[in-house]
Structures are given as structure tokens and as C-alpha cells.
Ligand binder design. Structure first.
Ligand code: AMP
Ligand code: MG
Length: 337
């Protein structure tokens, strides 16, 4: 199969929507990462997403809509808190979990009786969904276990020959996946941290809890609330360790333990001064780090790093999402100095 790269003019978006209507899988831009889209209501189309990605069948897909009015047809009950969240954060990188209506196939929900729904702020994504006239299931458009794609070329690299088309909407703006939340009574539970932070959600209710699976390695027999958390996320070939320390102690540690096969992931160039080690600067604040983390992880592989020491991100705001992803890339290895 030849994979076509499409532009974002109306004709191209209509063409992409036509493919989706026919049950094909198409790479689409969103503000978080590129998605691998298919008609969320079509079992075969959704099955093809799992095939193209090599994704485990019990890892549910997020369903994307273009307008809040499309929500009621898909879910049983919309809690008042969810309406408030939608008012504040949609369109945007927030996925909310609802009890699903039978119209959502079990294949889409990974066998769960719930479904995650999101309205993306990327205007091309919304236009494609509108033109297609169906909700679009879309996980990140990478092979399972590879880093999430933030450009159409990243998608092309993984999906060339597997899907008929990719819409090139330029670089993703946020570059970290959506925040996934569920509702329990009057509380919000963060199942996966993302760009919408705990602090943002605290504007809606005081009752925001972070699920255990976010910061801890769950034992294999735990029933997880967010199935994606149990799968190995992108990890570079390098053995990554997070060093929770200030710049001075970080420098001291890597100078002692690093060698010519080591690459450091730092906030500032000065974090590696005088150590003689190679480094990748992944940004000095959480937003930059969210934007650069996946690229930095890809770069470790391109350089051929054998060990990597990463400065530990802040655990607040969007930093919590950065920390959560890095923690998985590091196989939960953290050294606190
Ligand atoms: P992604 O891999 O970025 O497409 O995100 C999908 C992730 O969202 C899954 O791996 C789950 O962790 C989470 N998710 C999606 N649907 C549900 C659901 N119904 N219940 C709990 N978590 C969900
Ligand atoms: Mg993914």
C-alpha cells in the first residue's frame, strides 16, 4: 500500500474524511501527538488500527468528537462535573471516561464498559471528524513501543505502507498525550497526567486525586484503571536513570558515573559543564520539556547512547506528565540525591 501525505486544504481534509468513512485508517494531526484515526463505530476499521500499531487488544482507544453535541449519542450518563470540565477544557487535551453506550464496539473500548472521549483543539482534526460525520478512534500514530509522533514525518517513518494516508498538519503544539480523567461522585481521578494539569482541574473541584498507576510501577496482577499504564511505554535502548537532584549534585553524580557512552538529559547546558559528557538539553521549564521529551528520547537512540542520566522534572503542572513519561522510559529507576 502506498501511503500518501495530504495537505490541510478543504479538499484534502474531505479526502481524508472520505477514507475514514470507507473504514480506512488515516494519520491525523492533533494538538497533542499525531493520531492513527478510524471510524470508532466500525469494528473492522478499529481492528485495523490495532493491526497497524501492533497494539494489545485490551488497550482501549480514545474516541474523538468535533462538537460537544456528539457526546450524548456515545455515552450513557454525563456527570455535572464532566460538563464543567468540557466547558473549561474542550476543545483541548483532556480525555474524559464515561460509561459507554452499546453503539461503541467493545473493540474500541478494549473490552471495558467505559469509553474515553476527547474533543481536540486542532482545527484540522475537528474538520476531518466533521467531514467524516462519525466519531474517530485515534491512538498515537506510532508502532506500539515507539515514541509518540509529533510530526507527519514521524508517522510516515512508522506507518509507511501500513495506512493509505497521513494529513500533514505541521508540528504538534503540546507534544504530550492528553490528560485522562474519570469521575467518582464529586471527585476527579487523574488516570494519566497530560497537558491539562492537576492544578488546572483543581479549578473545577477541590477533589482531584492522582491514580496510583501514575507514579508507581504496578505489579502485573493489579487491576489497572487505565490499561495503557501497564504497557511498556517508549523506552530508548539506553539504560535511563532519573537523577533527582539540583544541578550541582547532578553534575557531581554524572561526572563520577558517566563515560563515553553516556548521554545526559539536562535542563540547561551548564548542568553538564566540565563533565566532558555528551548531553541533550530538553528544556528549562515543564512546557519546553513536554515539547522536547519524546524528541530527546529518540535522539538517545540516534546517538547510540548506552546509559542516560536525566535531570528529574518538576512533579507539578505539566511537569507531572513529563515525569510520568520519563519514569516509564527509565523503567522506574530514580536516584534521589
Ligand atoms: P493513547 O495510547 O494515547 O491512545 O491513550 C489511550 C489510553 O487512554 C489508554 O491506554 C488508557 O490508559 C486510557 N484510556 C482510554 N480509554 C479508557 C477507558 N475507557 N478507561 C480507562 N482508561 C482509558
Ligand atoms: Mg501512545
Amino acid at each position: 500500500m502506498e501511503t500518501r501525505l495530504l495537505l490541510t486544504d478543504d479538499d484534502s481534509l474531505r479526502y481524508a474524511a472520505g477514507l475514514l468513512k470507507e473504514g480506512k485508517v488515516v494519520g491525523i494531526p492533533t494538538e497533542t501527538v499525531y493520531g492513527l484515526g478510524a471510524n470508532a463505530l466500525d469494528v473492522d476499521a478499529v481492528g485495523d488500527i490495532f493491526k497497524a500499531k501492533g497494539r494489545p487488544q485490551d488497550n482501549p482507544l480514545i474516541v474523538h468528537i468535533s462538537d460537544i453535541s456528539e457526546l450524548e449519542a456515545l455515552v450513557e450518563d454525563i456527570p455535572p462535573l464532566a460538563r464543567k470540565c468540557a466547558e473549561s477544557f474542550w476543545p483541548g487535551p483532556l480525555t474524559m471516561i464515561f460509561k459507554k453506550k452499546p453503539i461503541i464496539p467493545d473493540t474500541t473500548s478494549g473490552g471495558l464498559d467505559t469509553v474515553g472521549i476527547r474533543m481536540p483543539s486542532n482545527k484540522y482534526a475537528r474538520q476531518i471528524i466533521k467531514f467524516a460525520g462519525v466519531p474517530i478512534a485515534a491512538p498515537s500514530a506510532n508502532l506500539s513501543g515507539s515514541p509518540s509522533p509529533t510530526t507527519a514525518m514521524h508517522v510516515f517513518k512508522d506507518m509507511n505502507g501500513r495506512i493509505p494516508a497521513i494529513v500533514d498538519g505541521g508540528m504538534s503544539a503540546v507534544d504530550v498525550e492528553s490528560t485522562v480523567i474519570s469521575f467518582e461522585g464529586d471527585s476527579i481521578r487523574i488516570l494519566r497526567p497530560g497537558f491539562i494539569s492537576k492544578e488546572d482541574l483543581a479549578e473545577i473541584t477541590d477533589n482531584v486525586v492522582i491514580d496510583k498507576g501514575v507514579l508507581e510501577q504496578l505489579s502485573p496482577d493489579t487491576v489497572v484503571r487505565s490499561p495503557g499504564m501497564k504497557y511498556r511505554h517508549y523506552s530508548p535502548s539506553a539504560d535511563v536513570t532519573i537523577i533527582d537532584a539540583d544541578a550541582e549534585h547532578f553534575r557531581g553524580y554524572v561526572k563520577e558515573h558517566g563515560d563515553s557512552d553516556t548521554v545526559c538529559l539536562v535542563f540547561n547546558d551548564s548542568d553538564c559543564d566540565e563533565t566532558g559528557l555528551r548531553y541533550i538539553n530538553y528544556g528549562s521549564d515543564s512546557k519546553q520539556q513536554a515539547q522536547r521529551l519524546f524528541d530527546a528520547l529518540r535522539e538517545l537512540d540516534e546517538i547510540g547512547a548506552k546509559t542516560a542520566y536525566a535531570r528529574c522534572p518538576e512533579k507539578t503542572g505539566v511537569g507531572l506528565a513529563v515525569y510520568n513519561r520519563l519514569l516509564r522510559a527509565a523503567g522506574f529507576q530514580v536516584i534521589k540525591l
